[in-house]
Design a protein around this ligand. Structure first.
Ligand SMILES: [Ca+2]
Ligand SMILES: [Ca+2]
Length: 258
């Protein structure tokens, strides 16, 4: 107990002589924790007669904790915003890189197709007419795989404009050759339904020949909804009837002299 605080112990609170002159040799203690209380009756410890702000100030320890928590939350919010900014910048960079890779892949695909066409032309140069650039030769025909999508009518018009037609598949050899280049996309072929009223009477190639060889997928043709008049090759190489305005890739065929 500080001698200056209770210099007149038992006679009420009174500063000691040296303390009252402000020249006490006993220095005032500074402690971290609750302030020392001055009691009128040191024995009772019930009636503090003076109280100065503690080391936490007038807000008390809870105010100090609130201030620290607010600062921590503020720092976390700033770090989170910083993280999101970096994340979105990275995402945009990755997207741009993917687009560039996609373009490079398309160019590589075109080059490979060109080289494949050249190799096949070379092997059949002796006996057959050469195929145009980007067209693949097989037996007495050349084949072109489109890079754009369109309806069955768009596809047929595109082929005919070039003096050819949508592919006509006459047998299993031709079917196997064509199927190996369809990749992961559906392709229109030159076959569509002959419909009278709501009934399909049969299927006909674009050259007017009735269907003889077929390679239908399981449970096809099903003419779902009564509107599936056009035939496409699935990525598996199997055939399916679908609506003619579906957007698909397509395959053109050009006969050549051998
Ligand atoms: Ca053919
Ligand atoms: Ca179908």
């Amino acid at each position: 107990m500080d001698a200056a605080v209770y210099s007149n112990w038992g006679r009420g609170l009174q500063e000691g002589p040296k303390a009252s002159r402000g020249k006490s040799k006993t220095p005032r203690r500074h402690v971290w924790g609750p302030e020392i209380q001055h009691y009128a009756d040191p024995g009772s410890h019930q009636q503090p007669i003076s109280a100065t702000p503690g080391p936490w100030g007038h807000w008390g320890p809870w105010g100090h904790i609130f201030l620290i928590v607010s600062l921590v939350l503020g720092v976390i919010a700033v770090l989170w915003v910083l993280f999101l900014s970096i994340f979105f910048a990275k995402a945009q960079s990755v997207q741009a890189q993917l687009q560039m890779v996609s373009r490079e892949l398309q160019k590589t695909q075109e080059k490979l197709l060109d080289q494949l066409s050249a190799m096949r032309n070379l092997s059949e140069l002796v006996s057959c007419e050469q195929c145009p650039r980007y067209w693949l030769p097989f037996q007495a025909s050349c084949y072109f795989y489109s890079q754009s999508h369109g309806s069955w009518n768009d596809a047929q018009q595109s082929c005919v404009e070039a003096g050819r037609h949508l592919v006509i598949i006459s047998g299993m050899d031709e079917q196997n050759f064509i199927a190996q280049y369809v990749g992961d996309h559906g392709h229109w072929v030159g076959l569509r339904a002959i419909r009278q009223g709501n009934q399909i009477q049969g299927y006909q190639w674009v050259d007017g020949v009735q269907l003889s060889f077929s390679h239908w997928n399981r449970k096809e043709p099903n003419d779902s909804g009564g509107v599936e008049d056009c035939i496409m090759m699935l990525k598996t190489g199997m055939w399916n009837d679908v609506q003619c305005d579906v957007k698909d890739l397509w395959i053109c065929e050009k006969r050549r002299s051998c």
